[in-house]
Design a protein around this ligand. Structure first.
Ligand code: ADE
Ligand code: ZN
Length: 326
C-alpha cells in the first residue's frame, strides 16, 4: 500500500502516450456533434462496449475510427488539453506526446491544423499547469516509406513544434528496416528518434530499431526478454523501454498483469518506464498503470522510485530543463 501511495504521488515523466489514444468516448461524441461527423455507434456506452480487443489490429481499427472526429485546430487542442488535465492529476511534470499526422492528413486535415492545435495545448500545459510538454511525430508503419517521407516534408515548416519522430501502428509485417532512409534523414535534421518494437513483433525488430534506425528509446520492447543477448545490449547501452502495462493486458500481449514482464525488466537492470499508451482505450491513465502494476507484481517502494527516476533519465528534456524540473 505504501508503494502504491508513493507511485501515485511521485513526480514522473510520461513518454509513451498517443494523444489520439487519450480521446475519451464522451469527447468523441461531443466532437462528432460539433463537426457534423456521423459515428457508427449509437451512444457513448455502445462505443465503450466496443473496446474489447484481441490484439493490436483489433484496437487500431477502432482507434483510427475514433480519430475521424478530429477536423479543426480546436479539436486537437481540446483533446490534448483534456489529457494534460489528467496528467496533472497524476503528478506528471514532463510529457512527450506521440501524434499520428497521417491519420489526419489522409482525411484532408492540413498538417498545420494538427500541429498548431497540439502545440498550443503544449504551450498552455507549461504556462497554466507547469507541465513540460513536447511532441513526437509518428510514422504509420503500415503505410509506405515514401508516405512517411512526404509526411516529414509536410511537417518541416513546423519543425520547431516537435522534438522527434517515432514509428507506430501495425507492427508484424512492417519491420523497422522498411523505414531506414526516412529515419536517416530525421537524424540528419537533428530529430530525436524512437520506435515501437517488440510489442507483438519479435526481438529481431528491436535489433533493427537499434541498429538500422538508431532508435534512442524502444517503445514497448517487452519481447526483448526472449533474447538474452539483446537484453544485455539494451542494458549496456541503457536504451530505455517505454513499457505500457495496461495496454499489454488489453491487447493480450500478456494474459494477466501478474505475468507482466516489468519486474523481470527491472531485475535485468534495464531502464524500463511505465506509460499509458492509449489511456482512453485501455482502462487508465498513468497512475492507474502504476497502481495496478505495483499491486500485481508487488513492486517495492525502491522499485517505484527507480521507475520514476528512469522516466526522467529516458526523457528528452535538455540538461538545463532537467535541472529546472528536478
Ligand atoms: N498506435 C497507438 N497505440 C499503439 C500501439 N500500442 N502500438 C502500435 N501503434 C499504436
Ligand atoms: Zn504505443
Amino acid at each position: 500500500e505504501r508503494a502504491v501511495a508513493l507511485a501515485r504521488a511521485i513526480p514522473k515523466a510520461e513518454l509513451h502516450i498517443h494523444i489520439e489514444g487519450s480521446l475519451e468516448p464522451e469527447l468523441i461524441f461531443a466532437l462528432a456533434q460539433r463537426n457534423g461527423v456521423a459515428l457508427p455507434y449509437a451512444s457513448v456506452e455502445a462505443l465503450r462496449a466496443a473496446y474489447a480487443f484481441t490484439d493490436l489490429q483489433s484496437f487500431l481499427d477502432i482507434y483510427y475510427a475514433g480519430a475521424s472526429v478530429l477536423l479543426k485546430e480546436a479539436d486537437f487542442y481540446d483533446m490534448a488539453w483534456a489529457y494534460f488535465l489528467r496528467a496533472k492529476a497524476d503528478h506528471v511534470i514532463r510529457a512527450e506526446l506521440f501524434f499520428d499526422p497521417q491519420t489526419h492528413t489522409a482525411r484532408g486535415v492540413p498538417m498545420a491544423t494538427v500541429i498548431q492545435g497540439l502545440a498550443r495545448a503544449c504551450a498552455d500545459a507549461r504556462e497554466k499547469l507547469g507541465i513540460s510538454a513536447a511532441l513526437i511525430l509518428c510514422f504509420l508503419r503500415h503505410l509506405s516509406e515514401e508516405d512517411a517521407a512526404a509526411t516529414l516534408e509536410a511537417a518541416l515548416p513546423y519543425r520547431e513544434h516537435f522534438i522527434g519522430v517515432g514509428l507506430d501502428s501495425s507492427e508484424v509485417g512492417h519491420p523497422p528496416e522498411k523505414f531506414i532512409h526516412v529515419f536517416a534523414r530525421c537524424r540528419e535534421l537533428g530529430l530525436r528518434v524512437v520506435a515501437h518494437a517488440g510489442e507483438e513483433g519479435p526481438p529481431d525488430y528491436i535489433w533493427e530499431a537499434l541498429e538500422l534506425l538508431q532508435a534512442e528509446r524502444i517503445d514497448h520492447g517487452v519481447r526483448c526478454l526472449e533474447d538474452p543477448v539483446l537484453v544485455a545490449e539494451l542494458a549496456r547501452r541503457r536504451t530505455p523501454l517505454t513499457v505500457c502495462p495496461l495496454s499489454n493486458l488489453k491487447l493480450c500481449v500478456v494474459d494477466d498483469l501478474a505475468d507482466h514482464p516489468m519486474k523481470q525488466l527491472l531485475d535485468a537492470g534495464l531502464c524500463a518506464t511505465v506509460n499509458s499508451d492509449d489511456p482512453a482505450y485501455f482502462g487508465g491513465y498513468l497512475n492507474d498503470n502504476f497502481e495496478q502494476t505495483v499491486r500485481a507484481l508487488a513492486l517495492t517502494e525502491a522499485e517505484v522510485i527507480t521507475l520514476a527516476k528512469n522516466s526522467f533519465e529516458a526523457s528528452f528534456v535538455s540538461d538545463a530543463e532537467r535541472a529546472a524540473l528536478l
